[in-house]
Design a protein around this ligand. Sequence first.
Ligand SMILES: NC(=O)c1ccc[n+]([C@@H]2O[C@H](COP(=O)([O-])OP(=O)(O)OC[C@H]3O[C@@H](n4cnc5c(N)ncnc54)[C@H](OP(=O)(O)O)[C@@H]3O)[C@@H](O)[C@H]2O)c1
Ligand SMILES: *[C@@H]1O[C@H](CO)[C@@H](O)[C@H](O)[C@H]1NC(C)=O
Ligand SMILES: CC(=O)N[C@H]1CO[C@H](CO)[C@@H](O)[C@@H]1O
Length: 323
Amino acid sequence: MTDITRVTGGTTTLALCCLIPAWIIYKSFTEPRLRRPELVPPSGERVLILGASSGIGHVLALKYAVRGAKVCVVARRSAELERVRSECEVVARVPDAVFSVCADFTDAEALIIVRNKIEEKWHGLDTLVVSAGVSALRPVLEIAGVSRVSAAQPSADGVQRVADVALAAIKGNYIGPLLSVVTMIPLMKSTSASPSVLLVSSLGAAIPAPTRAIYGSSKAASYILYQALSIENPAINFSCVLPSTIEGNFRASAVDGGPTREVDPNRTGLKREAVAERCISAVDTYEKTVFFPTIYRYAQFLWWLWPSYVERKASKKYNYTPT
Ligand SMILES: NC(=O)c1ccc[n+]([C@@H]2O[C@H](COP(=O)([O-])OP(=O)(O)OC[C@H]3O[C@@H](n4cnc5c(N)ncnc54)[C@H](OP(=O)(O)O)[C@@H]3O)[C@@H](O)[C@H]2O)c1
Ligand SMILES: *[C@@H]1O[C@H](CO)[C@@H](O)[C@H](O)[C@H]1NC(C)=O
Ligand SMILES: CC(=O)N[C@H]1CO[C@H](CO)[C@@H](O)[C@@H]1O
């Protein structure tokens, strides 16, 4: 009896794991894609980019400016932000299309200041891009001060250190995205012909990886948050992009001060240009969830079918050997 249950259970899992990807492929070829630019023309689109002083946010700001959008760039480092603003100004189609606000997106007051400036200058907002985020790069027990080979137990200080790191990650990767949408949704709803929110999430939010336990789980929190908010706010389209490793200096922001463990991301990682382009097309065509590269969408199914394979691959990528 249990054997039969197991066999039918296995068959059902296998069938689902083949049918679901087939269904997704079928849908992606047959579904006519709505085009947002018909409702919100790219020239004149009012775009707020949180986390624009470097990385993907920086490239997105340039791309939107080139398309003729009005762009507001936000981050904490004022010198870097100013440089991005002036670069955008150079490529923008119209004068005065770009302005910056130096702000921390985890701070409620700061977000209200950003919103007030946008209302004052543009009288509304079409697109909110949440690209800001922080990394965390160490195995959790290592943060607690316990080496994997010793039999020692973590001290109170060690456990507290884990709490501090986790809170910093949650602040940057969950509280910031949460407070920003809460602040902007009503304004967007009442002023845009088709309001859209884009979250730059991570593959680590959907597929577990060693040394990325705190990072991945804090990114997963905002990923699910946005998917639920999208149901609560049907007038707004939410897009989440989940890229794998990208070139650049993201790992320097590690809230646990951990090292980069994978092969040099500047050499092997995705190009920021490509990620930014994929982000814009996701918003333009109302795509809800985008894995980038696309193949990683199927890694989720593979994880259900053959978890040990995915776990092995993830350990290899982050150069992690459990002992
Ligand atoms: N790089 C990767 O390998 C990778 C892979 C997958 C997903 N992602 C995701 O992609 C997003 C962008 O990363 P990136 O590669 O562009 O890294 P990045 O160059 O470090 O960019 C992060 C941006 O966020 C800003 N930021 C961070 N905390 C902030 C805060 N509290 N308030 C305001 N701005 C804040 C930073 O500016 P300030 O420090 O000046 O505030 C910076 O402009 C992140 O959400 C990350 O999780 C990255
Ligand atoms: C990778 O490139 C960024 C600039 O895009 C640079 O700041 C960083 O130092 C580089 N990292 C390595 C390991 O070379
Ligand atoms: C794909 C998708 O969900 N599109 C929706 C975007 O938002 C508008 C309302 O502004 C809906 O009508 C679309 O169905």
